[in-house]
Design a protein around this ligand. Sequence first.
Ligand code: NAD
Length: 329
Amino acid sequence: MEDKMTRVAIVDGDGIGHEVIPVAKNVLELLHPEYDFFPVDVGYHRWEQTGCPCADQDIAELKTADVILFGAITTPPMKDYQSVVLRIRKALDLYANLRPVKGEGFDIIIVRENTEGLYSGIEEIGTDKATTLRVVTRKGTERIVRSALQLAQQRTGRLTIGHKANVLKSDVLFRDICVVEAQLAGVSCNDRYIDALALDILQHPDRYDVVVTTNIFGDILSDVASYLVGGLGLVASANIGDRYALFEPVHGSAPDIAGKNIANPIAALRSAAMLLTYCGDKEGSGCIETAIQDVIAQGIRTHDLGGSAGTREFGEAVIRRLRKTGGYT
Ligand code: NAD
């Protein structure tokens, strides 16, 4: 992707998105002043002001971007409120949600199907009964497992399938398609029930490389696995489709700490690093990760990691580090 052409949509969203995304954007601006950054304002706050959290025009604007840096959006558990995040993922067909969890002695990437499963949006709620349809299709499964297999081939060549096929027929289809695709690709694979996997990934993270699973299981498994690296403030994700790509922290809008300048911006910074890798700048991506590690090693940490640095202060320390070591001005 040519640098000059790169259009980056910046979506703060709600809550701590307004604090962590500016930190990540500052770093991207430092590394790539030639990128064309433009804001897109969607989220629950928009719904409160206008009754519409995300208009068709906003989706159209997002589609003009090469890449999207996204904070988090509050989704209140209300009967008539439609999730903006799910709408964007569907509208842009961002079917592969990649969630790396890397630490001392382990390097896992959770590949979550992002457009169907229990988040298909086919549901109804009555007074005495509510139903949500869990849709697993051959097309959806083939494309997610192929993404996972491609990653496995670039890495250690191991794939784990997370499912609940003992109970869910939809997961029998999911598992069987994954197994056949792995055989065709010549990748060694095993499969685990998702509940047992959630425990085993914590006890033996070194046993795992690429883990492919369905929508809600991937959502939960990555929050669980974030425990291995210090919590939700540290884990980034990429949402990739055939045409569009969106990068966001795994965490949500964290209303309990919003507006206090205490959120950890590392997940947002790592999301920016994943965005750069996608854009072809692996070196810049590596510089962000090195700067994060250096700043932590200096003892500058946010509250969730036992420190006292604010969100902005951590971000400023990363910028100082990049200027000093990377020659960025
Ligand atoms: P959350 O991830 O927002 O917060 C869970 C806990 O982790 C909270 O205690 C929070 O303070 C802490 N936390 C999260 N990010 C942190 C950070 N960067 N630094 C330090 N601590 C951090 O999850 P939740 O509370 O279940 O959800 C809050 C809202 O976010 C809900 O409306 C939910 O729907 C939404 N949400 C949005 C997304 C998204 O936009 N992709 C993802 C998850 C949740």
